[in-house]
Ligand binder design. Structure first.
Ligand SMILES: [Zn+2]
Length: 361
């Protein structure tokens, strides 16, 4: 493994190779971009390359430092992640790592602290981290990884070297999914096209039942099933999903409390509710993306008569032909509206009932 293993991130790699070559590593680097496009892998390769003894702007993978990093026992490469499903990075974690950074790196090179999902640092943690960036310990670099840079304090963002990551190319997702295991070619195509350039999303689409449910709904609507009944069925599904999400979040929170040595942690009901709301909302958005792709496909298939631009290529025979373009445009418009209503926190049951009526027309 080396930088050459990272796919499709040419600009980010150019920048990072330059930093390694000149041996001028900033105290803070902010790796930002969508999930599932290679940020973590690149950060790991970067940490390795910075401390590599044998390569100019990459990791050789054979020197002692590289081997230690690969085996996960390089004393100066540290990884911080949010803990539990509450998924916060608390101030004491940052304090601890900053304290360690006051000492010289053990291996004599540079200390690299990778902070995954950095936006999960709570405000206390962010403030403490900001102070650290203002007077950074020498021979130490912090690499923040995030999909949501705007959830970090602007003062943190401005003190970090920005390294932007883009989405993966369609062909790359196809290739990675193919490597992962056997999957029918048309389904592979559909999943890669719907993944929006994220490998994580592609994997999620493959293993969750979401797509099957979404496809079932659009087809039953097209066959003339009552949108009211369908929306009630969907509301029950969403209720079950919400309950499952809630109990997962609760049990993680309780587990975290039980592990807290000082017993100071409290079950923060507001925080839990916010977590659950966010996760359920994410689930609803995923459905909108799938519905949107379906009606978009029907529209494009009808106009182009070729399968070239179709996302749901594995369901080609189920796409409606001879469609009413105006009605389809209204359906896509209704999906955009539903998106807004979910953002405004309106009741999902109501949003999807109205939506299904438009989609049925
Ligand atoms: Zn090396």
């Amino acid at each position: 493994m080396s930088f050459s293993q990272v796919k499709d991130q040419k600009i980010a790699l150019q920048l990072l190779r330059g930093i390694v070559r000149q041996n001028r590593v900033p105290s803070g680097l902010l790796f930002w971009g969508p999930n599932g496009v290679g940020k973590r892998m690149t950060a790991f390769e970067f940490a390795k390359a910075v401390n590599c003894n044998d390569s100019e702007d990459d990791a050789c993978d054979t020197c002692l430092s590289c081997r230690k990093t690969i085996n996960g026992n390089h004393a100066d490469i540290m990884v911080i992640k949010p803990a539990g499903k509450m998924r916060m990075i608390k101030v004491d974690v940052i304090e601890e790592v900053v304290e360690t950074a006051m000492f010289r790196p053990v291996e004599g090179g540079m200390r690299l602290v990778l902070i995954e999902d950095a936006e999960r640092m709570n405000l206390g943690a962010q403030n403490h981290f900001l102070k650290t960036l203002e007077e950074p310990p020498s021979q130490t670099a912090f690499v923040l990884l995030t999909e949501w840079p705007r959830r970090l304090l602007p003062t943190i963002r401005s003190r970090c070297q920005s390294v932007r990551f883009g989405t993966l190319r369609f062909e790359t997702v196809v290739e990675m999914m193919r490597e992962k295991g056997s999957i029918a070619e048309d389904q592979l195509h559909a999943i890669a096209a719907l993944s929006q350039g994220s490998f994580t999303r592609a994997c999620d689409l493959q293993k969750s039942e979401r797509r099957t449910i979404a496809l079932d709904i659009v087809q039953r609507l097209a066959q003339g099933e009552d949108p009211l009944l369908l929306s009630e069925e969907f509301a029950v599904y969403i209720q079950h999903t919400s309950k499952a999400i809630e109990s997962a979040v609760m049990s993680e929170a309780k587990q975290e409390m039980a592990q807290d040595p000082d017993g100071e942690a409290k079950l923060d009901k507001d925080d839990i509710a916010a977590q659950v709301t966010g996760l359920v909302r994410g689930e609803l958005f995923e459905f909108l993306v799938l519905f949107d792709a379906w009606y978009r496909d029907e529209l494009i298939y009808d106009l182009s008569k070729t399968r070239q631009l179709i996302y749901n290529r594995d369901c080609l025979n189920k796409l409606k032909t001879e469609i009413d373009v105006e009605k389809h445009a209204a359906k896509i418009g209704a999906l955009v509206d539903a998106w807004k209503y979910i953002e405004r926190n309106l009741k999902p049951a109501r949003i999807f009932r109205d939506l299904f009526f438009t989609l049925a027309s």
